[in-house]
Design a protein around this ligand. Sequence first.
Ligand code: SF4
Length: 177
Amino acid sequence: MSYLEGAIRSTGFYKQKARRLKDFTKYLKRDYNYNLGQLLAKSKLKLRQELLSLNGIGKETADSILLYAGGKSVFVIDAYTKRICFRLGITNISDYETLRSFFENELPNSPKIYNEFHALIVALAKNYCRVKPACGDCPLRRECRYMRGLRNRQNKTFQIKRVPAKKYGPKVKKRKK
Ligand code: SF4
């Protein structure tokens, strides 16, 4: 295992990521002589297109570079954001660009706010809205569609359980005429 693979092993898919990091470094050397400042000085749209043209860089990675390294106002969409939007009932659209436009239109145009908002989404997803959600303690449980559905299902289960009790309750003898 190379030094780089060892350093990023805990992030998962470390072999693939190490290859892509090497490719990115080659590109940085070839086109910018390792001058990251020169790369990040490009306009948001130009840099996004350039990053997306590189092998192994998808929308989430490109936008993370733009926001976190470049301080540009781009909202990053990840699996956590999609899951929470769906469960809260904000939208069931999972298309990357649609969700990105949604957040960018709804929030003030500020990298600081995008950064903080996304950090809050990650914290919510890691602490409560996991694959198996811990809704009981979640701070958003009162506004959550998933939680409402859960309550309704529990109420229905309760009603269904009560039906047989009525049906098979004490028999009433018919009066003889
Ligand atoms: S209430 Fe449950 S499903 Fe809804 S956001 Fe919180 S953890 Fe997720």
